[in-house]
Design a protein around this ligand. Structure first.
Ligand SMILES: [Zn+2]
Length: 553
């Protein structure tokens, strides 16, 4: 077995990720040892000199939509659109430029920054792209706009289907679809569009598209990507990717219909393992825009005046109209948004079935009401410690954080959302009444969170996400709830060791006997100019790719 010695670097060592200047020895696919004070470096077959560099455990991203993000290059990024008109002009241009494309796909629409505050209607899409299947996805991947041809292609035009989708499908007063899609309806349209694109790309093969996406992650220092939703009929593709790419890949299952649809139960879950982790299923306790939050009733005036200010700032009624459309139930002491996707009994039923089959649970809970429900149901069902992960917990309060810790669930959150959604959250004043991406609150409650990206909803960049967990910047040198910051060591641990453990993997960091998955940074990981220099997986350099004669050293 070959022994490789890294010298001259600062190694973020052990499960606690403590930085110290020392050597690191790899033997085969494992870490053989990390130097302690004054210990001379051992003999090795090859010495890698890394003066001034920092060596971290490989980044484990436990919420990374690899199988969806791989197709983004086939669509158009709508992040920079600032009005509805800009969006429609881009659709018109794309329709002319790609006459053969089965779908015209647009991502990352931040409609809350538009004066109109809403997405295009079927009539508006028909006017600029007649007869074409168009799907515009908002940045949170829970809401979208679809054209008439898109409704047909996605099987959403039949009245029976429409009735079953209820409020997830927007309708006008006469019951005709407006093209507005929410949650399950959006997930179904997205799944259909991606399947059609995959069929259309048959010449190069979907494997090429997935492998290119995996390669991009390696360049960012990610050694393990966990996709929170892969349809059962796509598992084969992911298994092929796991075999073909040095990237470690794992995923959760769900419904074939789409990401936000109710999963079919344990009997409908393909056999495992799912890549490099055990079986897992994704459930949505609440939605995206339609997240389930609970705040003190006095928050109402703050939320409303926040929306009025946003409308004034953007010179349009959009934000105010959106705020008024959002269902809010106001009680004497508390208000809440009634957007839980399951009753406690329904959720408990699903959780019981999957837990009995030894399938891990990954529960999406953006709002504190959903987080509290997830924790309550996990405890009630008696799910074993570490057998569930609660994802996001964007809005949190101390009681809910305690309930989450008591549930025995691990938690993954996305500090990278702070720059992206922070201004919206402060604009709506939600941050006055709840903790936003409360890393410190979770850690203090005894539930140290894993950092994940939720790419493409959040930025992929793991170094950027680490820094966001510590500096909590939302632009204009403004930090959002800086008391919720993690320390640098905690952040590194959250993106590596804690993340691996949350998937039931070893997660001992850079220590003897652990997998030799690591990242070499050009300098201190929290210094702004630092980049990824190398990514190593199982003792081999995975990025940048080696030339033929450098391999097998
Ligand atoms: Zn996600």
């Amino acid at each position: 077995m070959s022994r490789r010695l890294f010298v001259g670097a600062t190694v973020w060592a052990g499960a606690a990720c403590v930085p110290r200047q020392t050597w690191l020895l790899l033997e085969g696919d494992r870490v053989a040892g990390v130097g302690s004070q004054e210990e001379p470096p051992p003999q090795a077959d090859a010495v890698v000199e890394l003066p001034g560099r920092h060596v971290l455990p490989g980044f484990v991203d436990v919420h990374l939509h690899l199988s969806q993000a791989a197709w983004f290059a086939r669509g158009t990024d709508g992040w920079s659109w600032r009005t509805l008109g800009e969006a429609l002009r881009t659709v018109q241009f794309a329709a002319a430029a790609s006459p053969q494309a089965p779908w015209l796909l647009f991502w990352n629409a931040a409609r809350w920054t538009w004066p109109q505050g809403r997405l295009p209607t079927t009539a508006e899409l028909e006017a600029v792209a007649p007869g074409r299947a168009v799907l515009i996805s908002t940045v949170d991947m829970h809401r979208g706009a679809i054209s008439l041809a898109g409704l047909e292609a996605a099987g959403l035009a039949a009245s029976g289907v429409q009735a079953a989708l209820g409020n997830d499908l927007g309708r006008d007063r006469r019951g005709r679809p407006t093209g507005e899609l929410w949650e399950a309806a959006f997930g179904i349209a997205l799944q259909r569009a991606l399947a059609d694109c995959a069929a259309h790309a048959e010449q190069s093969g979907p494997g090429t598209v997935l492998a290119a996406e995996a390669g991009r992650y390696l360049a960012h220092g990610i050694t393990h990507a966990h996709d929170p939703y892969v349809a059962p009929d796509r598992h084969e593709q992911m298994l092929a990717l796991d075999g073909a790419s040095p990237l470690r890949v794992s995923w959760a299952t769900g419904s074939n219909a789409g990401m936000h649809s109710r999963p079919p139960g344990a009997a409908g879950a393909p056999d495992g393992p799912y890549g490099q982790a055990g079986r897992e299923v994704k459930l949505f306790a609440d939605g995206g825009d339609r997240c389930a939050i609970q705040l003190p009733s006095r928050a109402l005036t703050g939320l409303l005046s926040g929306a009025i200010l946003e409308s004034w700032r953007l010179k349009g009624v959009g934000p105010l109209r959106e705020a008024l459309r959002r269902k809010t139930v106001v009680g004497p002491r508390r208000l809440h948004t009634p957007y839980l996707r399951y009753t406690d009994a329904e959720l408990a039923d699903l959780v019981t079935g999957y837990a009995a089959a030894d399938i891990r649970l990954r529960i999406h809970a953006l709002g504190n009401l959903a987080g509290a429900q997830a924790a309550r149901v996990l405890r009630q069902v008696g799910v074993a410690e570490g057998a569930a992960t609660i994802d996001h917990l964007m809005l949190l309060d101390p009681a809910t954080a305690d309930a989450v810790a008591e549930s025995g669930a691990t938690v993954s959150y996305q500090p990278g959302f702070l720059p992206r959604y922070g201004p919206m959250l402060t604009g709506s004043r939600a941050d006055r009444y709840a903790t936003v991406f409360g890393g410190r609150l979770l850690a203090d409650a005894g539930c140290p969170p894993a950092i994940s990206s939720d790419h493409p909803s959040g930025p992929l960049d793991p170094l950027g996400n680490l820094r966001a967990a510590v500096d909590r910047q939302i632009g204009d040198a403004q930090a959002l709830q800086p008391d919720q910051a993690l320390t640098e060591r905690e952040a590194v641990r959250a993106a590596t060791v804690a993340a691996a453990r949350s998937l039931g993997l070893p997660g001992g960091g850079l220590a003897a006997g652990q997998p030799a998955d690591l990242v070499v940074c050009t300098g201190h990981p929290f210094a702004p100019g630092t980049r990824i220099a190398q990514t190593w997986i199982a003792g081999d350099q995975a990025w940048p790719p080696l030339a033929g004669d450098e391999q097998g050293l």
